[in-house]
Design a protein around this ligand. Sequence first.
Ligand code: FUB
Length: 327
Amino acid sequence: MSNQSKQNEALVTHIYTADPSAHVFEGKIYIYPSHDLEHDGESFDDGSQYAMEDYHVFSMENESAPVVDHGEVLHVKDIPWASKQMWAPDAAYKNGKYYLVYPAKDHDGIFRIGIATSDNPAGPFKPEENYIPGSYSIDPAVLIDDDNKAYCYIGGLWGGQLEQWQTGSHNPEGKEPAPDKPAYGPRIAEFSDDMLTFKEDPKEISIVDSDGNPILAGDEDRRFFEGAWVHKYDGRYYLSYSTGTTHKIVYAVGDNPYGPFEFKGTILNPVIGWTTHHSIVQFNDKWYLFYHDASLSNGINHQRSIKFTEITYDESGNIQTIEPYEN
Ligand code: FUB
């Protein structure tokens, strides 16, 4: 099968998969998605329709090779601290080990971030007994920087509970800011050297416009909603994320992992389904966007499928916008 024919097609068709975090480990592309279970329930603003209780890992020898399902690598029933909602995970390699970094609700219904480890990128992963102290919200994404420091980006509005963490402690009544106030940013925390805790309290990241003014909460085409991902290109840090209600993947660029990040533009226009969630990875000399949509299920929001497509940069480092259904 040619490279071109695999792009923009559902990569996995025997189960529903979403939120793909792709990495190159041991010379292959490994994909760490979440797993949407099928059901007939309705959708809610808090995402409780997502029936997600385990993770599978997938790999491809290269971008045109068949996708291998390595099976279930972690199940919520094996995690002492977690009760449900195994949402979007990520994975990282450090200290000679593979780390699966994932969100789940604890026994009080609060999203936390957990760690599970393996000697093999394909798992299975052994969960730590407790979640990372001081962690909260969803959609962890790990950046291992060139100096080998590891950072965790987290955060998501609405069902992702980021509004509940604006005061330094948990406030279940937390709300989104007024439309004319700065939007809430994702959070960043540096991992400890053993990758099992954070070295610091998560800090808020600022996303600004080209004049240096914060992106406002009412600017729904540009404000952060969920699904942060950070990659480096030409020495700069690219923070990409979902705008949620306007269903775009957009990006902003900065000069260090903590930002600030200046908003640049749209990477992916809306796909079929409410959510949009992605990762960006370099494989050989090309760059790829992994994402999901709900086309395989004919638009059922909680039955999504992972896909990928190539991204290109212009000579100034700007990413060209992708129209998801134009080949
Ligand atoms: O898959 C569950 C949630 O939906 C993810 O955590 C969000 O990013 C959105 O894709």
